[in-house]
Design a protein around this ligand. Sequence first.
Ligand code: SAJ
Length: 438
Amino acid sequence: MENLEKAIPGKTAIVAVIGLGYVGLPVACTLAQTGFKVLGIERDQTKAARISKGISPISDQEPGLAELLTEALSSGRLQVGTDHEQCGQADVILIAVETPVDPDSRAPTYEALRGALTSLGPHLKPGALVIVESTIAPGTMQDVVRPVLEESSSLKAGQDFHLAFCPERVMPGKLLANLRECNRVIGGATPEAAELARELYRHFVRADLDITDTLTAELVKATENTYRDVQIAFANEIALLCENVGADVHQVRDLVNKSPLRAMHVPGAGVGGHCIPKDPWLLLHGTQGQLQAKLIPTARSINDGMPLHVAQLAEESLMTEGVAMEGAKVTVLGYAYLENTSDARNSPTIPLVERLRSMGATVTIHDPHFQEYDLDLEEAVSGRDCVILMVAHNEYRALDLADLRAWVSTPVLIDGRNVWGKTRTEDLGFIYAGVGNR
Ligand code: SAJ
């Protein structure tokens, strides 16, 4: 304890970061910039080699990350490797590996987490502080992390090493800024562990560092993303109701949000990403007991249904032009799950394209952020019967609709992200249907 109490504030502690992805890489670079010696451990050899050469695996626009990585490497403060033996030198070990849920059982697989823990254990230095940053189901620190680490290290948590959970709150496109500006919750297996973790984060977090126990911290992280999923599902259901009565959900939402204490989310073509579709299942894993949660699974099914609803909008709009989906030529704009990113994890475009193809359509995918879909736009939409916008990339906002009208064969436009609007497109002769505004 006394060793870390000096080594963390004094920045002489050596920090290992296991997992150099969206979370691990920015935090490793930020800790190096802060002045710590950082050992980045990445199990993927190719990824580790590229990062060692200063090539960030995060191809999106992450302001400052490429420069920070170069600086961290050239200063010698960041070393990147694949060997967990390096952790033997570390006073603090951050674990930031993926925690996906099984698509069928909805249970977390924890393959990467267990792998990180069992690789770390044998090298864990007595007196070290282990902090898990990955999003995990409530109870995981107690039921998985602690026993696996104790078993593989023959050390006792709270006695021989410190254990804490500090979930990340980073968002693609704002990773470094979020690391410094977002409030953080720190769950300590012991109060001492939480205090030590707070000393570490205090070096670069300019926001609140709230201390609690591990279970509360696990619940906070899973709940905050479940909150977002339920809010989006509410907006999506209102959109479906507005379609039924011919109203524009976006005008409804704007006016609802002028009412105090209302903050209706944005309805759209679906919910993708590595957090929101997964975290509600993490929250429910192991917490339901006799309760059968209703709202949270229903919200998930509403959001998962939106890409299929977009396919229905396309089919019905084509029908008004006498074109069957069977044999129709359709172009989908946007493969990413989020505007202006090249991240396609759980992208709603994937189930949409599957559905359209199962309906007999010939589908072209276009997305300037993916090499395989970065087609010439005119070629990608020429002669098509229907264009479906799934992601509000800047390139699509800037698209000249008169050009689009001239290029397509049947002018059916489905707007999954309220980018183009009904009046503007119908004035140009399009058959327009937007989610919540048809
Ligand atoms: N989406 C909607 N309507 C909305 C907001 C989002 O349909 O009102 C869709 C997006 O199109 C996307 C998906 O939901 O497909 C997820 O979007 P997101 O903005 O939540 O972006 P993520 O997945 O990067 O979520 C992250 C989360 N951050 C962390 O887990 C630390 C989330 O908690 C943040 O709220 C979110 O970023 C953010 O605010 O940017």
